[in-house]
Design a protein around this ligand. Structure first.
Ligand SMILES: N[C@@H](CCC(=O)N[C@@H](CS)C(=O)NCC(=O)O)C(=O)O
Length: 349
């Protein structure tokens, strides 16, 4: 009798422990990272952006930052704080980026920054998913008639310091057995001015940057971007390595914009999806008792807020770089994987 009682007690204990573990797993509060907590306490995200790059981060007529990179700052603020406008912007030159991330001066940097192994390991940084697949290009005056990189043998080339651009330039010319004289400038404006004033035969930076500068030129047709692509420039937002929890939020906010585009969910039609009975959509939007923001300790419907206030990846791309803009940029590598591009979000499960 005693034995049977002991056995019953043991079974009961096992069942209770197992149930307790499951319950604990479901209801365990998420430990917010230091940066996430700081953003919530401050009521604002501090986001490092370009000092001025048309289409990516530039101050508009209303005195507000706007652009493709800026929208990812806005998306993270919307996810955590419920308000895409709760962002304070810090304009950063190329050479200021490492210190801004390392010192924690910015919570997030969304500023045409190429993911490289040395930056990932020595900047004390975590790279988020690539938001824009780019490559380095060369711009010459149309008048020069130059169409091939080989014609730039012996040329002087304007380039900005503190960039991958400066390093790739050397590799690309060396590999082709071409010589050149670099004209190195500390900031973008003086690099561009240097080229415009005729100090250089060519201007080099990411192709997105070349397009941005060309669009702001007095006579865009006076400048030609060569076909050649010198490097891979996967541009990605960056967070301080010290807060893996915040990095997770940023990562999944970006993925949510990509996944929303794949499902056809936009800022215009999001309400129609709130009652969807498709499990994948319910998991993305956190409807029908599915966990979404709960995984990160932020509002469970964070994706709904992000899409409603900022839009899906395609909307963000089109708004700043698409057919209705001066850039009229092809999606190219930045198309969804379902359309032959590289933009792909892992499962929200
Ligand atoms: N993607 C490259 C280049 C990024 C870059 O800083 N490009 C320049 C030229 S377009 C720029 O944005 N300069 C603006 C500034 O420094 O304020 C990198 O990460 O190093």
């Amino acid at each position: 009798m005693k034995k049977r009682f002991a056995l019953l007690f043991l079974v009961l204990m096992i069942v209770l422990t197992a149930t307790g573990a499951v319950l604990a797993q479901d209801s365990a509060p998420v430990a917010l990272g230091e940066i996430t907590q700081r953003i919530i306490d401050r009521g604002e995200l501090v986001c490092g952006v370009n000092t001025g790059l048309a289409g990516f981060a530039a101050v508009n007529d209303a005195g507000e930052y706007e652009g493709f990179d800026v929208d990812f700052c806005r998306a993270v603020a919307a996810a955590i704080l419920g308000d895409a406008n709760a962002v304070s912007y810090r304009p950063l030159q190329a050479s200021e980026r490492q210190a801004a991330i390392q010192s924690g001066e910015v919570d997030l940097m969304s500023r045409n920054t190429t993911m490289t192994v040395s930056r990932d390991t020595t900047w004390g940084a975590s790279f988020a998913p690539v938001t824009f697949y780019d490559g380095q290009g060369l711009m010459v005056s149309t008048e020069s008639g130059i169409t091939q990189i080989e014609e730039l043998d012996g040329a002087s080339i304007c380039v900005q310091s503190g960039t991958t651009t400066e390093l790739n330039l050397a590799d690309s010319f060396d590999q082709r057995g071409l010589s050149y004289t670099p004209q190195v400038f500390a900031d973008a404006a003086s690099t561009w001015e240097g080229y415009l004033s005729g100090r250089c035969d060519a201007f080099t930076t990411d192709k997105s940057g070349l397009l941005a500068y060309k669009s702001t030129a007095e006579d865009p047709g006076a400048h030609t971007i060569l076909e050649v692509t010198l490097s891979k420039e996967p541009l990605a937002p960056v967070t301080p390595q010290s807060d893996a929890q915040f990095a997770d939020i940023v990562r999944w906010v970006i993925y949510s914009t990509i996944q929303a585009e794949e499902f056809g969910i936009t800022s215009e039609n999001i309400d129609e999806f709130l009652t969807s009975d498709v499990p994948e959509i319910q998991r993305l939007l956190g409807t029908n008792d599915n966990s979404a923001g709960a995984y990160f300790g932020i509002p469970n419907d964070f994706v709904v807020t992000v899409i409603r206030q900022v839009g899906n990846y395609g909307e963000i791309f089109d708004r700043h770089l698409g057919p209705d803009t001066v850039f009229n940029l092809d999606r190219g590598l930045n198309a969804l994987w379902t359309e032959g591009g590289l933009q792909y979000a892992p499962p929200f499960r």
